[in-house]
Design a protein around this ligand. Structure first.
Ligand code: PLP
Length: 368
């Protein structure tokens, strides 16, 4: 292939892109297998809410129109559910887009963003792409070390990312730790609590960061998504809650029609489908137990997870991933997250979890 003679900035050419999984169909074609299950992207194994699917289908007749650029109805719904004004909400093409918007709005070349390590792999990529510095603070026993993160803040720090629960460890920091951290962070640094998995948690252990957003004493931003508990990963819709001045800033740097009409309609319906959320939590509770027990029985030491994926250490992680794929189970090797000797498995249906455990026991024998 001809090499392009472009003048690419070093912060871009040196990036290692986020490694997306291959489509199942392609993987199966390459390996000559069929009937694989994907436990690799922390999706909702229940399938989408029927009400959400109907609402998305209802939006199809209007596909010749641009979507509502203000996401009026979705904001109204979120506003009444969460007790914040519509002016404190911004919708994005997945919460991923909002991470990008935050960096575009706050990080100039040379500025810093503090984050855990390992944490969501998109943060350092997006910060470096903007010419910023990703200040990675090692986790402490697989949990965010919030004191160390507060100490890593300096005069160049613009943003702090706290994924809670954290991906890929599945661990969380509790309300008291979060409250203490908010008090520690200086007034001119934006703290982003990325709560992609929060609604999957039992209400009793959920952490309330929205109270800090509402209080408005510190620039706190809460990120949520419809990709996990609400089962709409394929539609790409997420949101942030923040004080109106921060929302105004983010609106300045977003595309005018960033959330599709189908996504908006489905998200409104998903918020109205309480039964689906309850069923999702129940499937997760049972499935996580099934996986944890099964993996321990096989001699593995999975990290105790509060959410819908489980990280476990394994020396020959790449070999294990390949051995599982051959047995029709796709999991996520963690080298891209800086953990070459770990594997992450998402919690599936009871049947999928059993298929994983069967494949795992065979693969462990093969790799002995
Ligand atoms: C911690 C974390 N934040 C954000 C996201 C992105 O979610 P979305 O689908 O809303 O872009 C993910 C997805 O895996 C995640 O794990």
């Amino acid at each position: 292939m001809r090499k392009l003679n472009l003048q690419v900035p070093l912060n871009i050419s040196s990036l290692v892109p986020y490694p997306p999984g291959k489509p199942i169909e392609e993987l199966e074609r390459e390996l000559g297998i069929s009937g694989s299950i994907k436990l690799a992207s922390n999706e909702n194994p229940l399938g989408p809410s029927r009400k959400a699917v109907e609402a998305a289908a209802g939006a199809l007749a209007g596909l010749h129109r641009y979507p509502d650029g203000s996401c009026y109805y979705l904001k109204e719904k979120l506003s009444s559910l969460l007790g914040v004004s519509a002016g404190m909400i911004i919708l994005g093409n997945g919460s991923n887009e909002i991470i990008e918007l935050l960096i575009r709005a706050f990080v100039r070349p040379g500025d810093e963003a503090v984050m855990g390590e390992p944490s969501f792999a998109v943060y350092p990529i997006a910060v470096k792409a903007a010419g910023g510095v990703a200040r990675a603070v090692p986790l402490e026993r697989m949990r965010h070390d919030l004191d160390a993160m507060a100490s890593a803040i300096n005069s160049r720090t613009k943003l702090v990312f706290v994924a809670n629960p954290n991906n890929p460890t599945g661990t969380m920091v509790d309300q008291a730790a979060v409250d203490r951290f908010v008090a520690q962070v200086p007034d001119n640094v934006v703290t982003v609590f990325d709560e992609a998995y929060m609604e999957l948690l039992e209400p009793g252990i959920q952490v309330d960061t929205v109270k800090h957003v509402k209080a408005g004493k510190k620039p706190v931003i809460t990120l949520r998504t419809f990709s996990k508990a609400y089962g709409l990963a394929g539609l790409r819709v997420g949101y942030a809650l923040a004080q109106p001045d921060a929302i105004d800033l983010l609106n300045k740097v977003r595309q005018p029609f960033n959330v599709t009409a189908m996504a908006q309609a489905a998200a409104v319906a998903a918020l109205e489908d309480e039964e689906y959320l309850v069923a999702s939590r129940q499937m997760l509770r049972e499935g996580r137990r099934q996986l944890m027990d099964g993996m321990r029985k096989l001699g593995l030491e999975p990290v105790e997870s509060v959410t819908n994926f489980i990280l476990f250490p394994f020396k020959k992680a790449a070999g294990l991933t390949a051995a599982l794929t051959k047995r029709k189970v796709i999991v996520r090797p963690m080298a891209g997250f800086g953990l070459p000797e770990h594997v992450r498995v998402s919690v599936g249906t009871a049947k999928e979890n059993a298929q994983f455990l069967r494949a795992l026991s065979e693969a462990l024998i093969e790799l002995k």
